[in-house]
Design a protein around this ligand. Sequence first.
Ligand code: FES
Ligand SMILES: [Fe+2]
Length: 360
Amino acid sequence: MFDKNDLKIKPIEKTETIPSNWYCDGNIFSLEKEAVFSSNWQYAGHIEEIKDRTNSFQIDIAGNPVIIFKNDENELTAFYNVCRHRGGPLNLLNSGKKTVLQCGYHGWTYKLDGQLRGMPRFNRVELFDKSEHCLTPVKTELWEGLVFVNLNNEAVPISNQISKIAEEIKPNNLEHKKHYKRVEYNIKCNWKIYVDNYLEGYHLPYVHPELCDFLDYREYKTIVSEFYSLQYSPINNKKNFYKGEGGAYYYFIYPNLMLNILPCRLQINQIIPISERETLVKFDYFYDDIETKEGLKSIKTDILMSDKIQFEDIEICEKVQKGVSSNVYKKGRLSVECETGVHHFQNLLRKDYISYSNNS
Ligand code: FES
Ligand SMILES: [Fe+2]
């Protein structure tokens, strides 16, 4: 499926981009489910959303349903959301004091540690051992108020991978932000086109001239770490409508999460592949202040600006998908000055493809 040359890791000065077929080929799209999305940390949501015991996250990771909630000891717990009877979906059920997981198909119940508890009308079944029908656990972790899951049981803790971010953004505190709104966008491009586009400020003067004005673009820089990269820019003081000072931090956490941190606000973007040419992008907006008049005014301006930028990005990404799918485009080159984030992402991808190919 791969040309060996495309998998070679080279310095940015010498490398070519990943090839066009990686953005269009259905076989590569299927392979990525295993090679990328089943082996790296995936964002499930903000801990605030499951504060209430009856709430859970129900997400899909590379075609696998997963349920995440807090157990009676207040510990974060995750299972494949797949009943051991005939694969039905589970929900948290609170009956007075006890909370259990109940299947929505035929009512089997499980304790919050995954053990099978009860099966209605199941009396004459022979050689059935309840202990062999527990739910399958999934690795989960809380970092700065954000809940992550990983289908790979051997995964390195995400807090080890991104611990420095919390230090870098101090005094901004992600854990205490309040959720304001979620917006979803369906985009007709491969998920990697959207990620590539996020990872460089090269396109700002041409695609987002207003954003260029808002940021102090001359100071825009990209810093890469092992599993994440940061694009940082000071904000042009004359244009800053946020309460508080500080710059704009655009973090990319491999493979598909973005934390856009500005004074008093956190915007989380999650990039979810739907097909080789279709992507769902979820935006979650969090702010320090979602109550005062002043706070709400800056939220309104923030969302308007963000929405405009997003539509500009969608338009260019959909056109780029057509460009890379055309007969003439095979591979490109990267700007050493402006595209180190793209280079970093594409190399992590190459590494995942290589380790997947070696193990299969
Ligand atoms: S599939 Fe869950 S109870 Fe039947
Ligand atoms: Fe953009």
